[in-house]
Write a protein that binds this ligand. Sequence first.
Ligand SMILES: C[S@@+](CC[C@H](N)C(=O)[O-])C[C@H]1O[C@@H](n2cnc3c(N)ncnc32)[C@H](O)[C@@H]1O
Length: 394
Amino acid sequence: MPPLFFCFSARWRRRGGPWLKGVGSAAPGGLWRRGAAWLRSKLEGSDEGLLEAKGWGLALAGLPRVGSAAWGGEGVVPQRCALGEGGAESYHLPVLEEEVVAALQPSEGKRFLDGTLGGGGHAARLLAAGADVVGLDRDPEALAWAAGRLGEWSDRLVAVRAKFSSYPEILGGMGLEAGLDGMLFDIGVSSHQLNEARRGFSFLRDGPLDMRMDPEAPGSAAELVNTLPEEELARIFYEYGDEKASRRVAKALVKRRGERLFETTGDLAEVVGTVVPKRGPASPATRVFQGLRMAVNDELGELRAALEGAHYWLKPGGRLAVITFHSLEDRMVKQFFRRHSAAEIDRPEWAAARPNPDCYYRLITRKGIAAGEAETARNPRSRSATLRVVERLG
Ligand SMILES: C[S@@+](CC[C@H](N)C(=O)[O-])C[C@H]1O[C@@H](n2cnc3c(N)ncnc32)[C@H](O)[C@@H]1O
């Protein structure tokens, strides 16, 4: 990867306090180390939980082609991020970490796209092996956390706040066509997103009914629940949440919003609980929240877009690894990988099978890889994870 130059400007404050001017620019690398040192000096002796940050950054990849990737906007940076306390695992514990490393085989000089930086766990393994990483996340908190955590490798990391469906613009700007040794998408939400009540993903913690991974994106969960037609809500709960009582839930929500609009996760969970019987240990609201989250963040649309063009960015021998947590998503990945790794297509109306013009992958995982017993015991969230991998043909 060509040398990277960063420009960075930000303002930081304790929640509700005055804005302070943040770090300036750094080239090459060192940006996040400087940012972290500055924040640490401001926070010394403080037990305040959160810092707010506003700012923008520009990462320029140098010759042979100068491109740029910008991220910006507002976010809330967990203090632990700047101070490096609490351990990386407190943000998110990566799933199938060893399996991802075995599949992507990172080493010095290799280049990867990590489309879902999250807590930076997978990216850390790629960087520690000497590889270069372009990391994306649409959540500014994840980006700040991951970039802070991965600061020691800042000369080999470009962290960009973006939806991963926009990777063609970002990679194209950096001149990386057919230049990647691997791409990773670890779809879904991070533990941090689920655990922070104010992000509104969890029915276990009362908070604003939000669920947006990018807090500046249009269409929070409250907006959807309060405005979508009943049939559309029912479709979302049924298709994305697999909720059998989807019609009854949608009806109850529409009735209730006619009296008072939904504002909080607790509010929604309570109304769902009045119509969905409790089956087993899980909350009756689990499937409704899951469906709503997928709709709010267009998770299937993002995955489809990420898969579609990936072969264009991979070198021959480069690998695409996708981790999913939902059967719909896993099916999409499985079918896509099969379709593009079959050498021939056979149709009943054809006399003989014909060569598949869209065969550009070799299947590395015939069956999806699931977490082993030790991992599921350590990290229950990994129980629903499936990893699938393909390799770009020459
Ligand atoms: C499961 S976590 C990734 C964890 C990460 N692999 C690690 O090792 O810590 C998923 C992350 O992807 C981000 N994400 C999900 N969908 C995204 C999308 N379409 N575009 C960009 N980021 C996305 C979420 O904001 C979240 O931070």
